[in-house]
Design a protein around this ligand. Structure first.
Ligand SMILES: C[S@@+](CC[C@H](N)C(=O)[O-])C[C@H]1O[C@@H](n2cnc3c(N)ncnc32)[C@H](O)[C@@H]1O
Length: 202
């Protein structure tokens, strides 16, 4: 019997992680479609992302109390099977607009199957060609491109298109120049976690 709330949460996070691992194994066992220059689906560490989203939600509540967090529009660029979109939903980082871009047909099938019964929307969209990054309040990605040059191009595309006030959560970001760019504020939610960035001006 688990009495401690933190212990229960830890077990719940582990359970989610195992589900995602299970789907990754299935994806690895079918004839995998690899697209050159792109990473195939690998999940970010879900318990870590869960904690990060809770910290970000608290940060919004403290720093933008009038701008209710759950109404924010959330995008996962390179959303894989939809795993992070569910974390954004359960942590109430965003409740109404949760979008994912994915272009690997095999991964897309899983993402659509996992989310068809929810309000999460998955788009068959090449993230390098997207023109809608300016629509979102929170943009998350976990290094989608294995090709270094393309990854940098993608990072700059998102940073250029993002709207003022939007927040970027980049996992495994390759270009750290953003930290010295006065268009962005670097926010450390926790000393042990990657920073996030808020766009201040165009
Ligand atoms: C490392 S996985 C991250 C999955 C999920 N976002 C997470 O954090 O757990 C990167 C995902 O990006 C997708 N991806 C890579 N290049 C893409 C592109 N050009 N357009 C759309 N999706 C892409 C891959 O198919 C893969 O599912």
């Amino acid at each position: 019997m688990l009495n401690n709330v933190n212990e229960k949460l830890e077990h719940f996070q582990k359970l989610c992680h195992y589900f995602v691992d299970g789907q990754s194994q299935i994806l690895n066992n079918v004839d995998r479609i690899d697209i050159p220059g792109q990473h195939n689906f690998t999940s970010a560490h879900l318990p870590g992302i869960y904690d990060l989203f809770i910290l970000l939600k608290k940060w919004f509540e403290k720093n933008e109390p009038k701008n209710v967090c759950y109404r924010k529009k959330f995008l996962d660029a390179g959303c894989g099977i939809g795993n992070i979109l569910f974390v954004a939903y359960v942590t109430e980082l965003a409740l109404h607009v949760l979008h994912g871009f994915e272009n690997n047909p095999q991964v897309l099938k899983f993402a659509k199957y996992n989310t068809f019964w929810t309000n999460i929307k998955i788009f068959n969209q090449d993230l390098i060609k997207a023109t809608t990054y300016g629509n979102y309040d929170i943009i998350y990605y976990y290094r989608p491109l294995s090709d270094y040059k393309k990854q940098l191009e993608f990072e700059h595309l998102v940073e250029d298109q993002m709207k003022i006030g939007a927040v970027l959560i980049p996992i495994c970001k390759q270009d750290s120049a953003i930290q010295n760019n006065d268009k962005f504020q670097t926010i450390f939610l926790d000393k042990k976690k990657d920073p996030i960035y808020k766009k201040l001006k165009n």
